[in-house]
Unconditional design. Structure first.
Length: 98
């Protein structure tokens, strides 16, 4: 399993718009072949900080995600909302398996 933890810090004035754009990306992502999870997490102590937990069967499935129309729409919509560049940390998912 290929898991990516995407750390996002948005400008305070864009929190609601970021959540709306990310909901649309989430809804498309969970329908992708090979997707196992696509969780959107918000820090309760700093609501401008998010983690996207993206889990795919394989690295190829994760790479295919970045070729989808919903990902491109999200990427373009949130580009100016970022307080700093987002960062993705790829991980190998061990459990649960499959």
């Amino acid at each position: 399993m290929q898991v990516t933890l995407v750390h996002v810090h948005v400008k305070p004035e864009f929190v609601d718009a970021f959540i709306a754009a990310t909901r649309a990306n989430h809804e498309g992502s969970v329908k992708e072949p090979g997707n196992r999870r696509f969780d959107v997490l918000q820090n309760p102590e700093d609501p401008t900080r998010f983690i996207l937990y993206e889990s795919y069967v394989s690295a190829e499935d994760a790479a295919a995600h970045k070729q989808t129309a919903h990902y491109a729409a999200w990427r373009d919509a949130v580009a100016d909302m970022m307080a700093e560049p987002r960062s993705g940390l790829p991980m190998n998912g061990l459990f649960p398996q499959g």
